[in-house]
Design a protein around this ligand. Structure first.
Ligand code: AMP
Ligand code: GLY
Length: 421
């Protein structure tokens, strides 16, 4: 079967790497891909948002399954367009992807379906939001309603900070249309943990848990990023909490969508806060996490294509994937300045030597090949992943491999898997 993967990040390289191991996969195309995906198949010069171009390509190359990475392609309705053209595609339709692309929609859905989450209020008027902030208890959290590249969440310690956040979102429009509507919610205390589950329209298959490290700098300092590294398992979710997540979050999610007449097929990735009152949902992502996918595929012992096809065809209960007992860690090597402005086009050395180490796989994110050399081409450049018998061993191997890779201005965290988040 020919596969088309949409996107160009480390997540897409990790999916291509795992799918390549499937005996049923013939050729892998990636649109637009990176230097890593080019080594596993063929990159196609089509952007992830070029939906009609991608439909035409999938038809012309007899693509048996398309796998979508980025949230904006889902929000634009790529799944609806492929289905209308009779093409098989992995991911939720736009009506379901709204659970990620509108925080207000997601909060309302959770409230109506008894899914535990922070108390909140939604605002479309900045004067109403300001009045609320003046009377509120602190800290609280101000969130832009729409997609804002992970930057639309502001934790306000006092009313001055909250009023500033409201002003930036609603009056100054720093997040564009995404911030014209906001959600203000209760600040939750606890430990963060990410869940991934395949959903086939009526049943769920829970993956092992993992933890992202969102802040740019060691000790959880600096601005939020797309994620500077991940570990799996995160060690905070015991059997009892896992079963609560299953019944209180996943089962209610599927039942709630059914009630609303929305069918969800694809990956569901809720961000959770494990509070003293139990797990609460911080957000729903309607796609694979990046760099969460990099550690999940390293731990998956079974064929990924079987799982993706079962999700699309509604036969997930027949699947029981094997997971390696090993721990996995992934350390992101980023361009200097990320998540702010950064330069591209720096030559990268050492990828081959790092990749050759036992239990190590280097996933490409923002890279491109230029005359046979690999150069930086984005904020997050590489994800160095390793398996170990436990987390300390996995992180030691990942850092030993990362130490072999060089490019100008490289920035990384040195505490992935060795701090709370
Ligand atoms: P989100 O995009 O909604 O997951 O938020 C991004 C990050 O902000 C989360 O990973 C948390 O670290 C933090 N956050 C979001 N909502 C809350 C909340 N209600 N209480 C505490 N921290 C939060
Ligand atoms: N690493 C966080 C995300 O993919 O949303």
């Amino acid at each position: 079967m020919n596969i088309l993967i949409i996107g160009s990040g480390g997540r897409e390289h990790a999916l291509a790497w795992k799918l390549k191991q499937s005996a049923r996969v013939a050729k892998i195309f990636c649109a637009p891909g990176n230097a890593g995906t080019a080594g596993l198949g063929e990159n196609i010069a089509l952007e992830a948002a070029d939906i009609s171009g991608l439909v035409d390509f999938a038809k012309s190359r007899a693509i048996g399954l398309t796998v979508v990475g980025p949230d904006d392609s889902l929000a634009l309705g790529i799944v609806d367009a492929f289905e209308a053209a009779g093409l098989k595609i992995f991911g939720p339709r736009a009506s379901a992807a709204r659970l990620e692309s509108s925080k207000a929609f997601a909060k309302d859905f959770m409230k109506r379906n008894g899914i535990p989450t922070a108390d909140y209020k939604e605002f479309t008027s900045s004067s109403d939001a300001r009045a609320w902030c003046r009377a509120a208890k602190y800290p609280l959290v101000v969130k832009a309603d729409g997609l804002a590249l992970g930057k639309g969440v502001i934790i306000a310690q006092n009313s001055t900070e909250a009023l500033h956040a409201v002003h930036q979102c609603m009056d100054d429009g720093v997040f564009g249309e995404a911030g014209r509507k906001i959600v203000i919610e209760e600040f939750l205390e606890g430990v963060e943990c990410s869940i991934h589950a395949l959903v086939d329209g009526s049943s769920c298959l829970l993956f092992p848990d993992c933890r992202d490290h969102k802040r740019a700098l060691d000790g959880d300092q600096g601005p939020n990023t797309g994620g500077m590294g991940t570990i799996s398992p995160c060690g905070s979710l015991d059997d009892e909490l896992t079963s609560r997540v299953k019944t209180e979050v996943l089962d209610r999610f599927v039942a709630g969508l059914k009630k609303d007449g929305i069918e969800y097929r694809g990956m569901l990735f809720p961000g959770l806060m494990l509070t003293a009152d139990g797990p609460k949902v911080l957000e729903f992502n309607c796609r694979w996490g990046d760099p969460e996918t990099q550690v999940l595929v390293r731990r998956l012992g079974s064929d990924l294509l079987d799982l993706l096809i079962a999700t699309v065809e509604g036969t997930l209960p027949q699947q029981s994937p094997e997971w390696r007992k090993s721990s996995a860690a992934c350390v992101i090597l980023a361009s200097g300045g990320y998540p702010g402005p950064y330069e591209k086009g720096k030559s990268i050395s050492g990828i081959g030597a790092a990749d050759a180490l036992p239990d190590v796989v280097v996933f490409h994110a923002g890279t491109k090949s230029v005359d046979g050399t690999v150069q930086t081409n984005g904020g997050r450049v590489l994800g160095v992943s390793a398996l170990g018998s436990d987390l300390p061993e996995a992180r030691k191997k990942a850092y030993a491999a990362a130490d072999l890779i060089f490019f100008d201005g490289q920035q990384r965290r040195n505490d992935i898997g060795a701090c709370a988040a």
